[in-house]
Design a protein around this ligand. Structure first.
Ligand SMILES: [Ca+2]
Ligand SMILES: [Ca+2]
Length: 355
């Protein structure tokens, strides 16, 4: 289990570290310079534009009902909203923690705070990954302000039959059902179970929705949920860091059982998943996780067919440690990525057109 925990943590860190880039001040900036496009690409190939930089280990990206880009600047412990091209601090003051502290040197790595931020109408729902497993909650905000002002859900504690196991943490990869408001999240606490979590508004509780391990899914590190339909939930697993073992699983929302899974040939550590309205295909970002550096990542167009393996088309685009992605109302794919280094102000969000 220790190995699994380490792995999950690595993946998580990679996710959080994604956004650290930017100006010397550490403040987020926006820019319009073209960046990230592979050389020799034509007008028909994807093009990337930097729309937000200066982030420290960024994490989840999403959009408000009004279409405003919403980003977890995780290492800075805040959530940023971009309106008319200008970033503003929406919620600040979240706790942060370092994922790894070297026992010998004391060196700290991967500063993490909020990992997912989603809107339910005018309420911003944020996970506070910067506290310990078993203490993490959802926080609800009706106005901009300090993290302490948010109403909190109860945390998800450890398994009842073994109090020694950690509670659920690293509440990441959230998605929301636009009709019911249900929120699904990936938990990284009890790795012997690898829970998918659900927030039920009526009950006001975050519950252990389904255990991947109990359902025969041995690949670890769920990183992104995606409400596919009233009947189906997709979950992306990135598996072991640096190993080509990622998986997409379609779950039956009524029975809470997996219906089908697909391997992802050519992808190493996929962490972000989005579907463009009106398209059947998925877009996945591959972080290509490593503990010591931020490696080149990939963007892939993925088709889930009848075969065991998904059809994976790698798109010609240079990414650096991508961790999360979401389509905006303008039809572009917004990708949060770590940038050239973790724990630095060089994380950014790219807007990718031509998909
Ligand atoms: Ca945590
Ligand atoms: Ca992997």
């Amino acid at each position: 289990m220790t190995r699994i925990i380490a792995f999950v943590t690595l993946i998580f860190l990679g996710f959080a570290a994604l956004g650290a880039c930017g100006g010397e001040s550490g403040e987020p900036t926006t820019g319009s310079s073209a960046a990230g496009s592979a050389p020799g690409t034509s007008a028909s190939t994807p093009k990337a534009e930097v729309v937000l930089s200066g982030l420290r280990n960024p994490s989840g990206v999403s959009f408000s009902p009004q279409g405003l880009l919403t980003v977890c600047d995780s290492g800075h412990g805040k959530v940023i909203v971009v309106e008319k091209g200008k970033p503003r601090d929406q919620i600040t003051g979240f706790a942060t923690e370092f994922w790894k502290v070297d026992k010998e040197s004391g060196a700290k790595r991967f500063q993490l705070g909020p990992l997912t931020a989603l809107w339910k109408d005018s309420v911003l729902v944020v996970t506070d990954g910067g506290v310990g497993d078993g203490a993490e909650t959802l926080a609800f905000f009706e106005h901009p302000g300090d993290a302490a002002t948010g109403r909190r859900s109860p945390p998800v504690k450890s398994l009842e039959d073994d109090p020694s196991k950690p509670g659920e943490g690293n509440l990441t990869g959230g998605s929301i059902d636009p009709n019911t408001g249900e929120i699904f999240l990936c938990g990284h606490g009890d790795d012997s179970k690898t829970w998918i979590l659900r927030y039920d508004w009526r009950a006001g509780a975050l519950e252990k929705w389904a255990s991947s391990d109990d359902n025969g899914i041995t690949v670890n590190s769920p990183m992104q949920t995606l409400v596919e339909s009233p009947d189906h939930l997709l979950v992306l697993y990135s598996g072991a860091g640096g190993k080509e073992d990622g998986l997409v699983v379609r779950w039956d929302r009524k029975t809470r059982k997996p219906l089908k899974s697909w391997t992802l040939p050519g992808l190493v550590d996929p962490m972000g998943m989005a579907r463009k309205r009106g398209q059947d295909q998925l877009y996945l970002v591959d972080n290509n996780w490593a503990l010591t550096e931020v490696k080149s990542g990939k963007l892939a167009r993925v088709s889930l067919g009848d075969e065991e393996a998904a059809k994976v088309e790698i798109l010609p685009l240079d990414l650096r440690g991508p961790v999360s992605c979401a389509f905006g109302p303008d039809g572009r794919l917004y990708v949060a990525q770590l940038g050239v280094a973790i724990d630095a102000e060089n994380g950014e969000v790219l807007a990718i057109s031509g998909l």
